[in-house]
Design a protein around this ligand. Structure first.
Ligand SMILES: Nc1ncnc2c1ncn2[C@@H]1O[C@H](COP(=O)(O)OP(=O)(O)OP(=O)(O)O)[C@@H](O)[C@H]1O
Length: 249
């Protein structure tokens, strides 16, 4: 199977500090891939490189057959990579529906979008996604009134409406209740039926519960990959990461 995303020897240098030191890494179609590692390992920097926010000074990032290493962020989005940051970027004064509508027609102005008539197809698309993110009953509620978890889901919905082929998530369950975490884990696997998902996550219980393949980063490199069971057996991982976590518990 051909990978959706392929990183080859990716290097990032922040004024002499080598945040990524030759990352090699692949994500496959319909995969939910977790990226874990201690603080400062380079996980966020890697997501930043993939979405074009940070420039690699060496190596290549290939998305399907496109070399996206030097592409501008908006071009990477157009090719089908969506990034959701940790804090939700939604319009609090608009309703859930309006937020979705705005994302659907991102290249048009706010008032043009809200005044324009929607096609039946677009309406159906929003309804289907709102069902999926558990927000159909909240469609006409102001986004600012949603719970923290619901705001996160809304932003995920706003990314999905653009039909990405790779969704990047940065600690999606931070600040969520137990029930919201569970629903988010299930949602991520539903999303993966249509697009690959790459998730940076610190919550090991969540990773254990919802992961298949996990990539461990350490000091700007991939330390190892495998199932959570496999990487838990890995001595290097225990030393740099899991050991510390287990001890801390
Ligand atoms: N813009 C920047 N300028 C200089 N150093 C940076 C910059 N961004 C990140 N770094 C450094 O690069 C290293 C990797 O940071 P990064 O945020 O990618 O790690 P991380 O694995 O995501 O950590 P965490 O889990 O704490 O978010 C860290 O030492 C960080 O301080």
């Amino acid at each position: 199977m051909k990978p959706v995303l392929m990183c080859r020897e990716v290097l990032v240098d922040f004024a002499g500090f080598k945040a990524l030191q030759g990352v090699n890494f692949e994500v496959y179609p319909n995969e939910v891939r977790f990226l874990i590692g201690p603080n400062g390992a380079g996980k966020t920097t890697l997501l930043d490189v993939i979405c074009g926010k940070t420039r690699a000074c060496g190596g290549k990032v290939i998305f399907f057959s496109h070399d996206i290493t030097k592409l501008q962020e908006y071009k990477i989005v157009k090719l089908g990579i969506s990034r959701k940051f940790q804090s939700p970027a939604i319009f609090h004064q608009l309703t859930v529906w309006e937020n979705m509508e705005l994302s659907l027609k991102q290249n048009r102005g706010l008032f043009a979008v809200l005044r324009a008539k929607m096609s039946t197809e677009d309406r159906e698309k929003i309804v289907t996604l709102l069902k999926r993110i558990h927000l159909l009953d909240y469609a006409y509620q102001k986004a600012g009134a949603l719970s923290h978890g619901q705001k996160q889901w809304l932003e995920i919905g706003m990314q999905l409406i653009q039909e990405p082929r790779l969704l990047l998530l940065d600690e999606p369950i931070a600040g969520m209740s137990g029930a919201e975490r569970e629903k988010t884990g299930e949602l991520i696997h539903e999303i993966a039926l249509d697009c690959a998902v790459l998730i940076v996550e610190h919550d090991m219980d969540f990773v254990r519960r919802f992961s298949k393949q996990v990539t461990v980063m350490h000091e700007g490199k991939v330390l190892c990959e495998g199932t959570m069971e496999e990487i838990q057996q890995n001595e290097k991982v225990a030393e740099v990461y899991l050991g510390r976590e287990e001890k801390a518990c």
